[in-house]
Design a binder for this molecule. Structure first.
Ligand SMILES: Cc1cc2nc3c(=O)[nH]c(=O)nc-3n(C[C@H](O)[C@H](O)[C@H](O)COP(=O)(O)OP(=O)(O)OC[C@H]3O[C@@H](n4cnc5c(N)ncnc54)[C@H](O)[C@@H]3O)c2cc1C
Ligand code: SF4
Length: 387
């Protein structure tokens, strides 16, 4: 096999592979990459004095806050031909082809990059974790697909973001946050993949065996957060990071779905899904299927955080303030059910072991019984994927 060097990545996995093990976190790798590239560095010191400005990047979106549209392109002749073929050969396949808003040429991909840098990068940071009904892009770049297929190179993307900071057109917490996703996460994930394959493909730390809930294929559910996160995947093969992590993966974990089923769905469903990046995000970051090599804790939460970061709960048939019983938000009781059942894993993590104490010592016996009952009923009534 001949390998042709290219600019798809910054780092050579061979140099880093041996570091990938529990305890070696992305943050260490990222700092070293900042030093090597000199991005946002003043000598040996990070720009502004901090390596990471995430504490400024957790705002929910204020009501009526304007969000610039991402330009869309009319499909060209070749794209139309491919759309017709897909319709003919895969009429019942998951997803729709009615709208294909993506660039298919280098020129259009560069135009999208420039548009992002000019109109959305500055507010990328503060609203990075925000969720809003009817808008699944917000201030995200939607550039992963072009970096993954080679229409854009990560270096030009990061360097245009840096330029915007230097010109005073984008704030530091946004530019640092954006560069960290690419120079940090994207690179680290790829090294993880090169190191952990092929064994990690079958990883299933919790031993879950349930099929994927049917709603992932149809988008039909009374849970507003789930329908809002699945609909754009069906129409455009995209939803943003927090929808993927905090809603879709969280629910899969709480419903004890086999992580390999979820992995298969993400692989099928997203326009930017290449195994080297999709699989580590699902089996490492989101489901803890690798037992804690990539992430330091299982990614699960109750409805509180979803309510804090979104307007979904206001428009949901379930009540986020109700903890158990009819119409209570399923995330609420499923979360505690998960903590109780997976207590060994929680106890092993200094970041979440206090949750087991809270369950044991702060919940009354009646509350615990109600959690078990609501969870059992919900899980029994959940239709599972039969694809
Ligand atoms: C369960 C799950 C599955 C995912 N599957 C994929 C996938 O198939 N393909 C894919 O490219 N990304 C995947 N990601 C990572 C991330 O969600 C997407 O890269 C991002 O949402 C793409 O949208 P964007 O371009 O608007 O990103 P932005 O929010 O604008 O971020 C900028 C860029 O940073 C990079 N980036 C951000 N987070 C990550 C990450 N965790 N891993 C690698 N790169 C990252 C991407 O290149 C992205 O374009 C997944 C994340 C999760 C939690
Ligand atoms: S109430 Fe629960 S199910 Fe409904 S949107 Fe909020 S978090 Fe999702």
């Amino acid at each position: 096999m001949i390998e042709i060097p290219n600019g798809f990545f910054y780092a050579d996995p061979e140099e880093w592979k041996e570091k990938i093990e529990p305890g070696y976190r992305m943050e260490y790798f990222y700092r070293e990459m900042r030093r090597r590239t000199g991005y946002l560095m003043n000598g040996d010191e990070p720009e502004g004095g901090e390596w990471n400005y995430d504490d400024q990047n957790r705002e929910s979106l204020p009501k009526n806050h304007p969000v610039p549209e991402i330009p869309q392109f009319e499909p060209d002749e070749v794209t139309c031909e491919v759309i017709e073929m897909v319709e003919e050969y895969f009429p019942d396949h998951f997803g729709e082809v009615d709208s294909f808003p993506y660039a298919v040429t280098r020129g259009d991909a560069v135009a999208l990059l420039d548009d992002f840098i000019e109109k959305r990068l500055d507010e990328f940071g503060p609203y990075e974790d925000a969720l809003k009904s009817g808008d699944y892009k917000l201030f995200h770049s939607q550039l992963s697909v072009y970096m993954n297929n080679g229409l854009l190179l990560p270096k030009e993307v990061c360097e245009k973001a840096l330029q915007a900071y230097e010109n005073g057109n984008a704030r530091l917490n946004s530019v640092e946050g954006f560069i960290r996703q690419i120079l940090g996460w994207r690179e680290y994930i790829r090294i993880y993949y090169e190191t952990m394959m092929p064994e990690v493909r079958e990883a299933n730390h919790f031993g879950f065996t349930e099929k994927l809930p049917e709603m992932y294929w149809t988008g039909k559910t009374r849970m507003r957060c789930m329908s809002e996160s699945i609909k754009p995947v069906i129409s455009e093969g995209y939803s943003h990071h927090i929808q993927r992590l905090m809603i879709l993966s969280n629910f899969s974990n709480l419903t004890e779905t086999d992580p390999r089923e979820l992995n298969r769905w993400f692989w099928f469903a997203y326009i930017d899904a290449y195994e080297w990046v999709e699989l580590p995000n699902v089996l490492g970051m989101s489901t803890f299927a690798d037992g804690g090599v990539l992430a330091s804790k299982p990614y699960v939460s109750s409805g509180n955080y979803i309510n804090k970061m979104s307007d979904y709960c206001k428009n949901c048939e379930y009540s986020v303030t109700k903890k158990t019983g009819e119409n209570a938000c399923p995330f609420n009781y499923l979360y505690w059910n998960f903590v109780d059942k997976q207590r060994d894993t929680f106890n092993d993590s200094s970041r979440v072991n206090f949750m087991v104490n809270m369950f044991d010592n702060k919940k009354s016996d009646e509350q615990k019984e109600a959690i078990y009952k609501s969870s059992e009923e919900f899980l029994e009534g959940l239709s599972r994927e039969t694809e």
